[in-house]
Design a protein around this ligand. Structure first.
Ligand SMILES: [Zn+2]
Length: 283
């Protein structure tokens, strides 16, 4: 049985989640998701209460008269979550839309603003536009997504590379203006952490002081700040790289078994091309 669509139609957007669409479609028809789904349960058309159940997506596609590919954007990429995020309000025609768009970072290049409310205009900050283009390139070539572990390490390192007065808001949620403040550095560091040559040099058999100096030079160049400001960032990244180096040496000497799951940067160390995978777990 196919449900008749709701009387008033609303458009959907690429990557939009079922909940986001259902909320907007219900509101446009002067009702709520709860009331509509209660009716579907009474008719035994909806039998699961799980919000991610495929039955919900099917029913809301019918209620919205949407094509079969609506709500099929994967929730993970290479095992990394792709959370739903607010879509730039200009892209969403003024609506509040939540969408999974793994190929996008924090910035809408078309409207030159942040995707997140309050959709801060950043046209006067070319460094951020450049960072977004760079992020999208890394997504295409190394399957980088905003919530991947490499971006997480890069975010933490970028925060440490900033002078204290710039970090007063860093207790805030990871997305928002503070995240934008460090975005350029975060993407630059992520580019470094997913670079095959960087990892092989930083984790080589050279003495630790040589490798640490190399790391400090590359990190300072990446964040484009004075070396005096990168001490804590270097220390943070060095601990991560040194752990990885110890492991690789233990594997080489036969004391450990190689498993990519040991460290989130190993796929990039092993082979940059291996980091590019396919999407899984449609939801
Ligand atoms: Zn936009």
């Amino acid at each position: 049985m196919t449900l008749p669509p709701l009387p008033l139609r609303v458009p959907t957007y690429p990557g939009e989640t079922v909940d986001s669409f259902a909320h907007r479609a219900a509101a446009a028809n002067h009702t709520t998701i709860t009331d509509i789904e209660a009716g579907l349960r009474q008719q035994r058309l909806l039998t699961s209460r799980a919000r991610s159940h495929h039955q919900r997506a099917t029913l809301w596609r019918e209620l919205g008269d949407l094509p079969p590919h609506a709500f099929t954007t994967p929730a993970t990429l290479n095992g990394h979550p792709v959370p739903a995020r607010p879509l730039c309000r200009h892209c969403a025609g003024g609506d509040a839309v939540l969408a999974r768009l793994p190929q996008f970072g924090l910035i809408c290049l078309h409207h030159q603003c942040t995707h997140d409310p309050p959709h801060t205009p950043i046209a006067h900050l070319p460094g951020l536009l450049h960072a977004e283009r760079r992020f999208r390139h890394l997504h295409r070539t190394r399957a980088l997504v905003l919530d991947s572990p490499a971006m997480g390490i890069a975010r933490d390192t970028a925060r440490l590379a900033y002078p204290p007065r710039a970090t007063t808001h860093h207790h805030s949620p990871p997305i928002g203006l503070p995240a934008v403040m460090i975005y350029r550095s975060q993407v630059a560091i992520a580019a470094l952490l997913t670079d095959h040559t960087f990892l092989h040099t930083a984790c080589s058999t050279a003495p630790a002081p040589h490798r640490r100096r190399y790391l400090a030079t590359r990190l300072t160049r990446a964040v484009g700040t004075h070396r005096n400001n990168t001490g804590r960032a270097v220390q943070h990244l060095w601990r991560i790289i040194d752990t990885l180096t110890d492991y690789l040496r233990a594997v080489d000497s036969g004391h450990r078994t190689y498993t990519e799951a040991f460290h989130e940067l190993l796929p990039y160390y092993a082979d940059a091309s291996q980091a590019v995978g396919t999407a899984t777990n449609p939801a």
